[in-house]
Design a protein around this ligand. Structure first.
Ligand SMILES: [Zn+2]
Length: 253
């Protein structure tokens, strides 16, 4: 399996040990996006700002030691909105990260939509690609609201990957010109679902990820998905697109 390099487009590297990061690298995962997420709702904007600094300085360093290129993604997750969140937006503007993420809607309450739109407006202005989360619950409905926010801002399609898509939501996302993140994990997509999606839509604008982080979620699920697709006879070129190349182009890494 060593011949297909993998770009895991959505993880939370902080939740994985140094040993696990090395294991990822040894299994073929060579690049990861480490998305900002704080496991309890932060009280202060400074909590997120320091978290971004940690991703930028410390997680990239841990990655290097493991042979893994860690690309930090900064953003206010809908479950991590602090008081005075405008200060975080100001920091995002000053620091101009390579990627915004993960951002998005969880319940689509008013504050969440406001925070999402503030980040999208900034991303549009600064030309920064965005990793946009969709929730486990009410996925179809919240995805619609997310697409509505994007369209109200005339957000450039080529800057948005809508993540954690389901068999139900993927087709509209691709039809509207966005990228789709296929999260291979229990309760999201199985390897078989990934196969079904690639057979139906082809490999363009699709990218796989594990969303591994603070829970016991399988940090090698992308490796297993790639092996499964190979086993099922999917073309090597197609697998390379969804495992690495699409993400590399989209995130300009
Ligand atoms: Zn995540």
């Amino acid at each position: 399996m060593g011949h297909i390099e993998i770009y895991d487009s959505h993880i939370h590297s902080e939740g994985r040990s140094q040993k696990e990061l090395s294991e990822m690298s040894n299994s073929g995962i060579k690049t990861v996006n480490s998305c900002a997420f704080y496991p309890v709702r932060p009280r202060y904007p400074g909590t997120l700002i320091d978290l971004f600094r940690k991703l930028e300085e410390f997680e990239t360093y841990r990655g290097e030691k493991a042979g893994l290129k860690v690309v930090p993604a900064f953003g206010i997750h809908p479950r991590c909105i602090p008081e005075n969140w405008h200060e975080v937006i100001d920091f995002l503007e000053e620091s101009q990260p390579k990627i915004f993420g993960e951002i998005g809607l969880e319940t689509a309450e008013k504050a969440e939509v406001e925070v999402l739109k503030a980040q999208l407006s900034l991303a549009k202005k600064l030309d920064i690609p965005c990793i946009i989360h969709t929730p486990r619950g009410n996925k179809a409905e919240i995805t619609q609201k997310t697409l509505k926010s994007l369209e109200e801002l005339r957000f450039p399609e080529q800057l948005a990957v809508i993540d954690h898509v389901s068999l139900e939501t993927v087709s509209e996302i691709l039809n509207r010109g966005y990228h789709a993140g296929l999260t291979v994990e229990e309760g999201k997509l199985s390897e078989r679902d990934v196969l079904e999606i690639i057979e139906k839509f082809g490999p363009e604008r699709l990218m796989i990820n594990s969303d591994t982080g603070f829970t016991s979620l399988d940090y090698l699920s992308t490796v297993r998905a790639v092996s499964f697709l190979l086993e099922k006879g999917v073309e090597m070129e197609e697998i390379k697109r969804i495992a690495f190349e699409n993400a590399k182009e989209f995130f300009r890494v």
